[in-house]
Each structure stands twice: as structure tokens, then as C-alpha cells.
Design a binder for this molecule. Structure first.
Ligand code: HH2
Length: 315
């Protein structure tokens, strides 16, 4: 198996993947499935972007066109009009920004306005020239698997083997990006939970995420508040926090490098606890007789070596 890249290169920055990173979601749309309309005004969106950075996200992912099932595309001018004031207002953000767009003209403008990465939910199917743009500018590129378009994707969610099909499609898309001149460290892949998948298909993709991680690219995954969690829990989009966090933990244990989430603080806390438990494996055993042990013999809590990524890409 190829060793996963340990950084994801976005513009002139490296996002370390030694520990799982969080992409915080900011939707500046009137109609996103769980937070539509909430941050449609730029002032609220800018404040939420700053909050996401302060809560521990490694990257802020801003979307201006909903991709929920059945969503109609918005004109490029409208997409850019929603994005521009928010990008300008967040120019000094201490973390890089990715823009969730699959349109070349929007991506070009976003990079000019300071975005460091493009999150393309069509994996170059809508606009293959995005790969050349990333190669030319050094922007990070996320290639996400989707069957069809948001309007059609849930009409057929049957696969012979969903993991195999998604992996092959992502390998092809990544190869196209590399052939266009992208460096491998720039190009992340994402199985696209909820994009043309049944509830079982999403669970299968999470259960066998190590097979996607075996491709060797940084792996993004976005279970946050999605309807397969609602199907399991009988909960509406705003009531899926616990399920989302559980899915993120399961994903990082199977090789996810970046989890794309709405609830950054809660996810960060869960990942911190998970990492602290794993870190025990890299230290001398703690004594159980009440005497000082473990941390007292070594580094203070939280300052130890990066934990081994349990099953990190290796199943
Ligand atoms: N999911 C959504 C949008 N963009 N990008 C990646 N790479 N991976 C994902 O799983 C993903 C994505 C859908 O979620 P959300 O942005 O909350 O909703 P909407 O598309 O309705 O704005």
C-alpha cells in the first residue's frame, strides 16, 4: 500500500496530516440542507468564519451553491456575489480557506481573492480546467465523488460495489489532475458521502474507508449532519451532532485525514480525546497504584509525540 502523504499542500501552506484536520463548513447559501440562510448575510458569515478558525479548524470551507439532493445550480454571477464579500472580509483569517465550487471562473476569482484551495464536488467532471488552475496557482484541490448532479444523484444509488466504484473514479480523477501538472501533495480525494449513495452505501464507504485511503492521497470525508445519520437515528439535520461526531471518529480510525464538519468545537474535542487515548500507546505504561506515572515520567499531558493513527489507512 502507498503511504499516505503527510501534508496537504494548499497554496504556500502545508496542512499537517499527522493528526486529523478539520475543515469547518461555512455555507453562504439561502438553501443548504442544515444551515441554509443562517449565514447568508456577509457580516454573520464573516463572524462565523472567525469562530470556526478559533474553534480549531485547520481550513475553512466556504460554499455558495447548495449541493443538497435536488438542488438547482445557481448562476456563476450569483455564486460569486455571495462569496466575494465573505472572502474579502476573511482575508486576514489565520487558517487557509477552501472554496466549495466546481466552476472555473468562480475558482479563479476566489484564488485571486485569497482562497488557498478548491473543493470540487464533481471531481473535475463539471470543469476539467480546474486541474490546470490548481497546477498553475499551487492551490489545493479536493476531488469528491458524486454520481450525476445534485438534481439527479439520488435517483440511482445502486452499485455493484460502492467502495470499488468510488475508488476507481477517484483514482481516475486524481490521475487527470496529476497529468494537468498538479503535485500529488496538492490533490485530496473524498468519497462524497450522500452524493448518489444509499444510507447503506454511505456506511459501507465509512466502514471500508481504508480502501480509499490506500490510494495514497490525503482523504477528506464529510458525514456532518447528513441524511444517512438521520435514517439511522430518526433525527432531523440539526439533531445529528452526536452521530456526526461518531462518524468522524470512525472515519479517522480508518484513514481519513480531513473531516469536513459544521460543528467544529465538538468534533475537535472528540478528536482530542481520541488522540490522547491513542497517545498512551506511544508512552511507558501508566502505573495503576496511584504513584506518579505516565505523564509525570515523560512529557506533560498533551505534549507527547503525535499518536499513531490507529488503523490509519491500514485497516
Ligand atoms: N458535502 C457537502 C458539500 N460539499 N464537499 C466535500 N469535499 N465533501 C462533502 O462531503 C461535501 C462537500 C454537502 O454538505 P453541506 O455543505 O452542509 O450542504 P449543502 O450542499 O446543502 O450546502
Amino acid at each position: 500500500m502507498t503511504r499516505p502523504a503527510r501534508v496537504w499542500r494548499v497554496g504556500d501552506q502545508d496542512i499537517s496530516l499527522d493528526r486529523p484536520a478539520i475543515a469547518g463548513i461555512l455555507n453562504v447559501t439561502p438553501d443548504s440542507f442544515s444551515d441554509g440562510g443562517r449565514y447568508a448575510a456577509s457580516r454573520e458569515a464573516i463572524a462565523r468564519g472567525r469562530e470556526i478558525a478559533a474553534q480549531g479548524a485547520a481550513i475553512l470551507d466556504i460554499g455558495a451553491e447548495s449541493t443538497r439532493p435536488g438542488a438547482e445550480p445557481v448562476p456563476a454571477g450569483e455564486e460569486w456575489a455571495r462569496l466575494e464579500p465573505v472572502l474579502r472580509g476573511l482575508r486576514d483569517l489565520p487558517i487557509p480557506i477552501s472554496v466549495d465550487t466546481s466552476r472555473l471562473e468562480v475558482a479563479e476569482r476566489a484564488i485571486e481573492a485569497g482562497a488557498a484551495a478548491i473543493n470540487d464536488v464533481t471531481a473535475l467532471r463539471r470543469d476539467p480546467a480546474l486541474a490546470r488552475l490548481a497546477a498553475r496557482t499551487g492551490a489545493g484541490l479536493v476531488l469528491m465523488h458524486m454520481r450525476g448532479t445534485p438534481r439527479t444523484m439520488q435517483l440511482d444509488t445502486e452499485y455493484e460495489d460502492v467502495v470499488r466504484e468510488v475508488r476507481i473514479a477517484l483514482v481516475h480523477a486524481r490521475r487527470a489532475a496529476l497529468e494537468a501538472g498538479c503535485d500529488p501533495s496538492q490533490v485530496a480525494i473524498d468519497p462524497g458521502l450522500g452524493f448518489g449513495k444509499s444510507p447503506d452505501g454511505n456506511l459501507e464507504l465509512l466502514a471500508r474507508l481504508d480502501e480509499i485511503a490506500a490510494v495514497g492521497a490525503p482523504v477528506w470525508v464529510g458525514p456532518s449532519r447528513k441524511s444517512f445519520l438521520g435514517a439511522l437515528l430518526g433525527a432531523g439535520p440539526r439533531e445529528r451532532l452526536t452521530g456526526s461526531v461518531a462518524a468522524c471518529l470512525a472515519a479517522v480510525r480508518r484513514g481519513a485525514d480531513v473531516v469536513r464538519v459544521h460543528d467544529v468545537r465538538e468534533t475537535r474535542e472528540a478528536l482530542t480525546v481520541d488522540a490522547a487515548i491513542d497517545a498512551r500507546l506511544a508512552r511507558p505504561p501508566a502505573r495503576s497504584d496511584g504513584a506518579a506515572g505516565g505523564a509525570a515520567e515523560g512529557a506533560p499531558d498533551g505534549a507527547g509525540p503525535a499518536p499513531p493513527r490507529a488503523a490509519g489507512g491500514n485497516g
